[in-house]
Design a protein around this ligand. Structure first.
Ligand code: UDP
Length: 472
């Protein structure tokens, strides 16, 4: 296992955004956490330090925890490609999708245990009696016994994925995980509906995700800074201006956007005058990048002529726990290649570099701020930080009414929801409505920012964690 270094961030920074009552509640939770964790470490374990919503949240929440005086630490497990193929399958079935269709039988269970054995050994060596261990997602469920053997005071497993309705596929995934989870003190889910029915009520906690307004992903940027970043990265042909290319790294130092040439695959940069419809996601079938491309191409005549589509995801060699990425990207490229010329001219596939995750975050930030409409046409979605992030930036969003997106977007107030995620006509119509009525789009953007401020900032998340730790 590898430890991810986390620079502490003072809680006051977050407190400055909150009304006095909320700031006080946060400060009170920090005081209690400090005394609870005196002499203890809070170990977090997950499968990747980059790419995806869990890494994004750990980065921010652990920095605030350390800033509050809690020794919160982050370990990333290490395993072979076969392990990640199995856990990706598990990820898919827990979402009700067959994924690669492979089995989750005794051979896979044996490999899962074996691949985790040396991680378990590292964990046993690190955890001291009385520490807390917080394991994230299916990849880490097999580490529960090791945390117990190390005599951790509390072992918690948090699942960031799930699906509202259970079916045979989701049940097969839960049956795979269940033997590992008998001995945890609490199971945390993003929505109550995600918990399988065998989780006892007294051990169930519901904590939705949150975002951090101060990371490179979400920090304020002026329109000139947005243009400068996108021009330097050759994503948009923005006019030369005085915008800054700098961004704040997670360790507090400053970075500068590097010149890039080939981030847009097959097409060049987007014209300066174009309005962007943007989806940013991992290249994963359940995010349905292909469906967005099809909806855009099929409805091109209905959309204003200055509309361009950008489908952006991580460089597929850079997300270690996601073996499907390269395949999904290849499928999207093939699909793009078969489109009529005008659709090809106006649809852009973008791979964002992952060798510098702070720069990656800054480019995501700039793209989200530059977008006229941000979409998230997921077929299933645990929560969807890719919805929360543009909402915080007051962007109008169009998203499928699935999973945690339903908790975020109030239809007609803080964005538009599309009931059936496979309904391409309804999806394209919603996007069009926002492009042709800019006042409506602005109103939804304002509502979106308020919704995130009320419900999805880190203070609420930290207070809920604090309450759970105290209760345990
Ligand atoms: N993301 C990123 N770079 C990319 C693509 C995605 O940083 O090239 C981030 C995105 O901004 C968000 C996270 O990955 O913070 C995705 O989280 P979400 O909850 O939407 O979905 P997940 O990937 O966890 O299923």
């Amino acid at each position: 296992m590898r430890e991810v270094a986390i620079a502490p961030v003072p809680l006051d920074r977050l407190g400055a955004l909150l009304d006095p009552q909320r700031a006080q509640r946060l400060a009170g939770a920090a005081d209690r956490a400090r005394s609870l964790f005196a002499g203890r470490t809070l170990w977090n374990v997950n499968a990747t330090a980059t790419g995806g919503g869990v890494a994004e949240m750990l980065l921010a929440l652990l920095a605030y925890s350390r800033g509050a005086g809690v020794d919160a630490r982050w370990l990333v497990l290490d395993a072979d490609p076969e392990f990640f193929a199995i856990t990706k399958r598990l990820h898919n079935v827990l979402h009700g999708s067959p994924g690669d269709g492979g089995p989750l039988g005794p051979a896979e269970a044996a490999h899962y245990r074996e691949a985790l054995a040396h991680n378990a050994e590292s964990l046993r060596a690190l955890v001291r009696p009385g520490d807390f261990v917080l394991l994230h997602d299916p990849q880490t469920a097999g580490l529960v016994p090791a945390a117990r053997e190390a005599r951790a005071a509390c072992v918690i497993w948090r699942c960031h994925i799930g699906r509202d309705e259970q079916d045979d596929l989701t049940r097969s995934g839960w049956e795979f995980l269940r033997p590992h989870l008998g001995d945890v003190d609490a199971l945390v889910f993003s929505r109550r509906q995600y918990a399988p029915d065998w989780v006892p009520a007294e051990r169930l906690a519901v904590i939705p995700p949150s975002l951090d307004p101060f990371t490179a992903k979400n920090a304020e940027l002026s329109p000139a800074d947005v243009d400068a970043a996108l021009r330097r990265a050759a994503l948009v042909l923005a006019p030369k201006d005085h915008g800054s290319l700098r961004f704040r790294r997670r360790d507090g130092s400053w970075g500068t956007v590097r010149p890039h040439r080939d981030l847009t695959l097959d097409t060049g940069p987007v014209d300066a005058e174009s309005r962007l419809v943007l989806q940013i996601s991992r290249w994963d079938h359940l995010k349905d990048m292909g469906g967005v491309l099809r909806a855009f191409a099929d409805h091109l005549p209905d959309l204003p002529r200055d509309t361009h589509l950008v489908l952006a995801g991580p460089d597929v060699t850079g997300v270690g726990d996601d073996p499907e990425g390269a395949q999904v990207l290849a499928e999207c490229r093939a699909q793009w290649g078969c489109l009529p010329a005008e659709a090809r001219r106006r649809a852009h596939l973008v791979c964002l570099p992952m060798d510098d995750i702070d720069e990656n975050a800054h480019l995501v930030n700039a793209l989200q701020r530059r977008a006229a409409v941000v979409v998230q046409k997921s077929l299933v979605e645990g929560f969807g930080l890719t919805v929360t992030e543009p909402m915080w930036k007051a962007r109008p969003v169009v998203a499928s009414a699935v999973g945690g997106i339903n908790d975020q977007v109030v239809h007609g107030r803080s964005g538009l929801l599309v009931r059936d995620p496979t309904d391409l006509d309804a999806f394209a119509a919603a996007v069009r409505d926002l492009l042709v009525d800019e006042e409506y789009a602005r109103r939804l953007g304002t509502g979106a920012r308020e919704r995130v401020r009320d419900l999805f900032l880190g203070d609420r998340h930290l207070v809920q964690y604090g309450d759970l730790f105290e209760r345990l």
